[in-house]
Ligand binder design. Structure first.
Ligand SMILES: [Zn+2]
Ligand SMILES: [Zn+2]
Length: 357
């Protein structure tokens, strides 16, 4: 006789029944998880709405780790413990600085001079060592910065404070005005340059090779540097320090310094920034004459090694059509809009005054 299972306290589970229950359990767990996520999302949105911006969490985490790693390395690793590694790092720092200033800034963004193909490829490598954005992204942001300086449409609007203009702007989503003006920016010249197309296409591969792999492996295999020191010095010191040098142009040189050329704008001339950024700290001048290949009134090589590099390339025939304003034009601007801090004029330092734009 078959037991009357239907009236018993026992549950008989066939395979289908088990599958259904398992599915129900999964479904309710999924619903709970989704509710949780929706709650977190709503809370985050409320906070972001209250703050007036949305965070870029990946960038926040990465930049925090990099800077904490730098602080830890500074206290635990002797940066000049191996003099060859030290000079290798200083050399790379100067080369990457020139890549940013002579390459993506003065050449590709401002067209302040023209460069032959081999020099453009060299500048691409130099720029890639710095480990920054794709060339086209950098150029678009910087053109928007110049056109809408210190307004909502400026990606690193210095009116939003030092931290925002330094690195905070990379931690939050762009202001709608920045996105809109960025889309309207003419990028046709950049998108036609085969060097830029190549650099953007293989951006991540090139960055891994030139910013990290080669700088780390050369000291290890070249002069028996330890892996830990090589990685710490190249990633947490050179890379992070280089980023901060570039950012200082957007923050320090938009807040502190003199305004010999235009006292009605935020950008300033700042010697410290010039030293840190291979000659980009003459920023009050640069915002008035962005197409000057020197990015400064005078070609002072001590605080503008980028100008020295471009002059050298011009002598070699790799760079040409170097643009700069006439002495008369600069002086008339100084008289009309300067804050009175302009230095004594030295005509000998300005041999090409016949080149007027
Ligand atoms: Zn600026
Ligand atoms: Zn510029």
């Amino acid at each position: 006789m078959t037991p009357n299972v239907w009236d018993s306290n026992f549950e008989i589970h066939d395979e289908e029944d088990l599958r259904r229950k398992h599915h129900l359990r999964l479904t309710s767990a999924t619903i709970d998880k989704r509710k949780c996520e929706q709650y977190e999302h709503k809370t985050r949105k409320k906070v972001e709405k209250w703050l007036g911006f949305e965070f870029k969490w990946l960038n926040i985490v990465m930049l925090t780790i990099l800077h904490l790693g730098t602080l830890y390395s500074l206290f635990t690793i002797n940066m000049i413990g191996n003099i060859t590694t030290f000079f290798w790092t200083v050399f790379l720092g100067a080369v990457q600085g020139i890549g940013v200033t002579a390459g993506v800034h003065r050449l590709w963004t401002h067209r302040a001079y023209k460069a032959k193909l081999p020099l453009r490829y060299l500048l691409l490598i130099f720029y890639t060592i710095a480990g920054q954005n794709k060339i086209s992204d950098w150029v678009r942001d910087h053109r928007v910065h110049h056109k809408y300086t210190d307004t909502d449409a400026d990606p690193h609007n210095s009116n939003r404070g030092f931290f925002f203009s330094h690195m905070g702007w990379l931690m939050i989503k762009k202001h709608p005005e920045v996105i809109q003006k960025g889309r309207q920016t003419d990028m046709s010249d950049i998108l036609e340059d085969p060097v830029v197309i190549f650099g953007d296409k293989y951006f991540m591969v090139l960055k891994m090779i030139f910013c990290f792999a080669i700088p780390i492996m050369v000291p290890v295999y070249g002069w028996n540097e330890t892996w830990i020191r090589a990685i710490s010095i190249q990633v947490f010191f050179r890379y992070v320090f280089g980023l901060n040098c570039t950012w200082s142009v957007n923050s320090l040189a938009h807040i502190w310094g003199s305004k010999p050329y235009d006292m009605y704008i935020n950008p300033t001339n700042n010697r410290l920034v010039s030293f840190l950024s291979c000659g980009e700290g003459w920023h009050n001048y640069h915002h008035v004459f962005p197409w000057d290949y020197k990015a400064a009134e005078l070609g002072d090589y001590m605080l503008n090694i980028t100008t020295m590099f471009i002059d050298f390339c011009a002598k070699m025939g790799w760079a040409y059509d170097l643009k700069q304003p006439s002495r008369e034009l600069v002086m008339s601007v100084v008289m009309k809009r300067g804050d009175g801090s302009h230095h004594t004029w030295d005509p000998m330092a300005y041999p090409n005054s016949e080149i007027e734009q």
